[in-house]
Design a binder for this molecule. Structure first.
Ligand SMILES: Cc1cc2nc3c(=O)[nH]c(=O)nc-3n(C[C@H](O)[C@H](O)[C@H](O)COP(=O)(O)O)c2cc1C
Ligand code: SF4
Length: 486
């Protein structure tokens, strides 16, 4: 099995830079990290008359911990409080919130509707209150809500039972959700009803005081699947115009019901083919790209002649469309946690349903950074949030500062790091330095737990989860799995 050097074992910026050079990657990394107000990470951004007070963004991070009817629980509220305490001035959506029950990714996903309005409002209020407490003011804080339909990855009723809503039949992905070429597809009328649900959800988010909604187009969920629906017939498949009709109709509807609501889009701006692993002597091997006939017609941002490479021609067209629609907030991600997790969330340790890293996870970080940089170069007027930084660990602040300073990206998105160490942005900007024991080491338990039907959270580093009943259950499940394979 290939072993890659752990970031936590590197002793200095020089050692980190040497590894980056050895891998022939481009990852900018400053020697020293400045505190506010001089820090490039403390510089404000401006969008549609609003100011975002610094360059840290909290990515949407779902917890699989809502009630069965889609309301937040204490654990959900605690996570949103932590988002507020982080000191980041851009909160990208909190977490994926389903616009209808059958589009939930799990039976505990939050659901936005009139019944749940009051309890969803509490999430934003608690976030604001805790931000006020940590930072002394909620000025220049922008809070969005991520709206989703999980499409092919819907599991609304049973944690482990797929109930996919399909737009077309990509053979490699159909079999992952127990579907096949005969499984029914969403009709154009079904799609129109889903669009109405997004518009209603946006109106409710507007009533609740959210600054923007994210019309989620990433990670294999419905919005993302539209973009690759080349082989679908009808109004929502085939041509680029048809594949983006969903976005345009949602945007038009939101603007008519809630004209002041800002719209953002989280986008898987590139993709690769699906990966799988082989198990030898009970050990999961490194990820292997699935075999496919060429050309490969089932991706967005994928090279059709070599689907292990990305191709930004259509994503560039998509960003042009966003700009023309007046959508200036774009969060760049890639791939999907379901079929190529190593590109979506680079990690040294795979989740239970994953595979050993097929490349040094730094390659995954560099890929996300290079895509965002290329898009930023072409679209300077858009505000681009970057993804994949958690794997950088001790060097996250050095790389983040350099990337913002050199104009590769506008805002540094934090995903897993905010589960283990929410106050990282605050510590960086105040010049206190990092609390090393709280740094996310990409153990992937926050992904493994939901794969086993448990709520997500940082089980290794956050006592709230480590000491809980769920923590004991996860430990038992993991050791049972180890015993089976040894
Ligand atoms: C437990 C968990 C929950 C997530 N939930 C969401 C979500 O609700 N919406 C979303 O767009 N991305 C979600 N993501 C992806 C993250 O926002 C982020 O893109 C990913 O973790 C990579 O960033 P990082 O390297 O900072 O972790 C989730 C990731 C994890 C690990
Ligand atoms: S479980 Fe904790 S340490 Fe592991 S990847 Fe998730 S946030 Fe990081």
């Amino acid at each position: 099995m290939r072993q890659f050097p752990a970031i936590g074992g590197m002793r200095s910026v020089e050692e980190f830079r040497a590894r980056v050079e050895e891998l022939r990657l481009e990852i900018p990394c400053d020697e020293y990290v400045e505190a506010a107000p001089e820090s490039p990470l403390a510089k404000p951004l401006h969008v549609a008359g609003k100011t975002i007070g610094n360059r840290f963004c909290i990515h949407p991070m779902e917890g699989w911990d809502g009630t069965r009817d889609g309301k937040p629980t204490d654990a959900t509220i605690r996570r949103w409080r932590n988002f507020g305490l982080s000191g980041a001035k851009l909160i990208w959506g909190g977490e994926a919130v389903a616009v209808r029950h059958d589009g939930r990714a799990n039976p505990n996903q939050l659901l936005i509707n009139e019944d749940n309005k009051r309890s969803l409002s509490q999430l934003r209020e608690e976030l604001l209150a805790h931000h006020q407490q940590a930072c002394g003011s909620t000025d220049e804080l922008i809070v969005g809500l991520q709206l989703t339909h999980s499409g092919r990855f819907s599991r609304p009723n049973e944690k482990l039972r797929p109930e996919p809503h399909l737009l077309y039949h990509p053979p490699l992905l159909d079999r992952r959700v127990n579907a096949n070429g005969n499984s029914p597809l969403l009709t154009d009328d079904d799609i129109r009803r889903i669009i109405d649900d997004f518009i209603t959800a946006a109106r409710i988010a507007n009533d609740l005081g959210f600054d923007f909604i994210d019309v989620k187009h990433c990670h294999g969920y419905l919005g993302h699947e539209f973009l690759s629906a080349h082989t679908r017939a009808g109004d929502y498949g085939g041509s680029f115009e048809n594949r983006t009709r969903f976005l345009r109709e949602v945007t038009e509807g939101v603007r008519s019901l809630a004209p002041n609501m800002l719209i953002g889009v989280r986008l898987s701006a590139f993709d690769l083919i699906a990966f799988h692993s082989e198990t030898t002597n009970g050990k999961t091997g490194p990820g292997i790209a699935e075999h496919t006939d060429l050309p490969y017609h089932w991706g967005f941002g994928v090279d059709v002649n070599d689907p292990q490479r990305y191709d930004l021609s259509e994503p560039r067209r998509f960003l042009t469309l966003l700009r023309d629609l007046g959508i200036h907030l774009v969060n760049i991600s890639g791939g999907s946690p379901y079929y190529n997790p190593h590109i979506q969330r680079p990690a040294l340790y795979p989740p239970s349903d994953g595979y050993q890293p097929p490349e040094d996870p730094l390659v995954g970080v560099a890929r996300q950074m290079e895509v965002t940089r290329a898009l930023k170069e072409q679209f300077p007027e858009l505000i681009l949030v970057g993804t994949g930084y958690s794997y950088l660990q001790e060097y996250l602040p050095n790389v983040a500062q350099a990337a913002v300073d050199q104009g590769w990206v506008d805002s540094i998105g934090l995903g897993r790091m905010v589960l283990s160490y929410p106050e990282l942005p605050f510590d960086v900007l105040s010049g206190r330095g990092l609390q090393h024991k709280r740094i996310c080491r990409t153990f992937s338990d926050c992904t493994t737990a939901p794969r086993k039907g448990l709520p997500s959270g940082c089980y290794p580093l956050d006592e709230f989860y480590r000491k809980s009943e769920d923590g004991a259950e996860l430990k038992a499940l993991k050791s049972a799995a180890r015993a089976q394979t040894s």
